[in-house]
Design a protein around this ligand. Structure first.
Ligand SMILES: [Fe+2]
Length: 236
């Protein structure tokens, strides 16, 4: 039995050697919780610091821990990136679907947000695509808001780039997302995803989900969304 203070550096060293040898990640390589890219207070007043801290540290943290808890029973997880897992999720049990989806969804969620006034605006190219598909930015937002408000129970609203290159608004239940190879999912590359689980807003907004949705738009990190749009157009 290794002393705890020796075990972590030893594992880190073994991981580095393994990667240098070009092998797939070993079974003891785990998924990790990304830090928030800003302070927990940075999105106030639209999203309060307490909600951000609980949401990131406890909820997202639990998805990561629970996903790692599935590796022993599902060793194929060790060979998949978090992105790749989404497209093969049907091959795994529900616990991997829920927690693997939860990890991916929340990782994108923090990244598509920025403090108010710092997120920029849609690029001319993305705006042209939005105008072509929805008529206007406002019309896209109205359709997105409707999908987010109408999602019964817990889930997500998404702006996606479909395989045919068009943009669409869709919604998924629980921790599913548009990358998943599941029946009933409108598939595409997510450009922007909104968490409408009550844990995302209830402390401040209680039952007023539409108010949360409206305030959330002031936080969208369009610089990140623009980059996702460019990347989504690249051949896979
Ligand atoms: Fe969440």
């Amino acid at each position: 039995m290794l002393f705890p203070f020796l075990a972590r550096p030893l594992l880190a060293g073994l991981t580095a050697i393994w990667l240098l040898l070009g092998s797939a990640l070993p079974a003891w390589a785990e998924f990790s919780l990304p830090p928030l890219p800003y302070a927990s207070t940075a999105l106030e007043p639209a999203i309060d610091a307490t909600t951000m801290t609980i949401h990131h540290d406890r909820h997202h943290g639990a998805y990561v821990a629970n996903l790692n808890g599935q590796i022993a029973a599902n060793p194929a997880l060790a060979d998949l990136s978090l992105d790749a897992l989404q497209g093969q999720i049907s091959a795994f049990p529900m616990a991997v679907r829920n927690n693997g989806g939860g990890h991916w969804n929340h990782s994108q969620f923090w990244a598509v947000l920025a403090p108010a006034g710092q997120g920029g605006s849609p690029s001319p190219e993305l705006l042209a695509a939005i105008n072509k598909n929805f008529g206007s930015l406002e019309a896209m937002q109205a359709q997105f808001n409707q999908a987010a408000a109408a999602r019964f129970g817990s889930g997500w609203a998404w702006l996606i780039r479909k395989p045919d290159g068009s943009l669409a608004i869709t919604s998924t239940a629980n921790q599913d997302n548009p990358l998943m190879d599941l029946p009933g999912i409108e598939r595409g590359v997510p450009l922007l995803g909104l968490d409408v689980w009550e844990h995302a807003y209830y402390l401040k907004y209680q039952n007023l989900r539409p108010d949360y949705i409206q305030a959330w738009w002031s936080l969208v990190n369009w610089k990140e969304v623009n980059g996702r749009w460019v990347k989504a157009k690249l051949p896979s």
